[in-house]
Design a protein around this ligand. Structure first.
Ligand code: UDP
Ligand code: MG
Length: 324
């Protein structure tokens, strides 16, 4: 019997998971298990508690006692959704692994068609946002700009992509074998380029009406980190910027020199002012770009683990399937 693993990153979702986890399970039960004996699957649900400070862990523990197919891992603190996804993938034993948000913004009904595509030989099924959720104009523009820049720099078009995906075991093994620690799950899967299919979905509002767990700064940091982990173009641009400012300097310098020789030199206060500002800005920007890459290099070299586990309530290789 094959196993399907569902990985759910959760952070302060004590309220949400009380509806989302049972709903995910019941959708799976009705969609996958009632399709005749030969197509029965075992299901394991792995919730990764990303250092929640509310009752999430207690709720999960309670749910696990009634639902043996649910297991969970609990981090010592908030390591971020990427780390939670990674921990889930490392724990999962399934032949196919689905990553889904724990707030029902990703419709669990889509898992059944995902599994059918996987059965037909597709390795990765991307659930793609047909329309973005209730977001402000600024958020929409930010997302648009990020995907455009990301595409220019890495050549990967991730427009509409989400972390809601089904992956074959082979794809997950490939991802886990990559040595990098700071990961951009969505980007890495597209980069690996296994045969894939897309399924559109409408992003639901969070049923409890609460806000995203990502604030503006967290999102900006996430965007910059993802771009720099997929492209070193900004580093090369620093060189071009240097060449450009040098040429600019030579032109301005020559003009000043000629004016000086001809005795026509003005009191170039504005010119000097502008030059200092422009050059200073260019130098600081370049240093910043280099510094950012250096910081990433530093983080990778330090080799600290991507996450730390406080409690591991997953018992590997003991998936319990539903008996016929
Ligand atoms: N999440 C997480 N760690 C974080 C932030 C979020 O594990 O630091 C989880 C969160 O509990 C949810 C999923 O990631 O299950 C998506 O988060 P959210 O709904 O806040 O993001 P959005 O829907 O705005 O992308
Ligand atoms: Mg959400």
């Amino acid at each position: 019997m094959k196993t399907i693993s569902i990985v759910i990153p959760v952070y302060n979702e004590a309220q949400m998971i009380q509806t989302s986890i049972p709903q995910i399970l019941s959708v799976l039960d009705s969609a996958l298990l009632n399709r005749g004996v030969e197509s029965r699957y075992a299901i394991e649900l792995i919730a990764v508690d990303d250092g929640s400070v509310d009752q999430t862990a207690a709720v999960l523990l309670n749910m696990q006692q009634q639902e043996p197919r649910l297991r969970f891992v609990r981090f010592t603190r908030n390591f971020g959704k990427e780390a939670a996804i990674l921990a889930g993938l490392e724990s999962a034993v399934g032949d196919a692994i689905v990553v889904i948000d724990g707030d029902l913004q990703h419709p669990p009904e889509l898992i059944a068609p995902m599994v059918r595509l996987w059965e037909s030989g597709i390795f990765v099924v991307h659930a793609v946002k047909a329309q973005r959720a209730r977001e402000s104009l600024a958020q929409k523009l930010f997302a648009k700009a990020f995907y455009a820049v990301f595409k220019t720099m890495s050549g990967l078009d991730l427009r509409g992509h989400s972390d809601f995906k089904l992956m074959d075991r082979k794809v997950v093994q490939t991802l886990l074998a990559l040595p990098e620690r700071q990961r951009f799950f969505r980007g890495l899967i597209s980069w690996a380029n296994f045969p894939c299919a897309q399924l559109p979905f409408e992003v639901a509002d969070r049923p409890d009406g609460s806000d995203s767990k990502w604030n503006r700064w967290k999102l900006i940091r996430y965007a910059v980190d993802n771009i720099t982990s997929f492209s070193s173009l900004p580093l090369k641009w620093v060189t071009y910027l240097g060449v450009f400012t040098l040429l600019f300097g030579i032109v301005i310098g020559s003009i000043s020199l000629v004016q000086k020789i001809e005795g026509k030199a003005m009191d170039g206060f504005t010119t000097v002012n502008l030059l200092i500002i422009i050059m200073g800005g260019a130098i600081l920007l370049s240093l910043g770009v280099i510094g950012h890459y250096l910081a990433r290099l530093y983080d990778e070299v330090k080799g600290r683990p991507t996450y730390l586990i406080q409690e591991d309530m997953t018992i590997k290789n003991t998936t319990i399937g539903l008996e016929a």
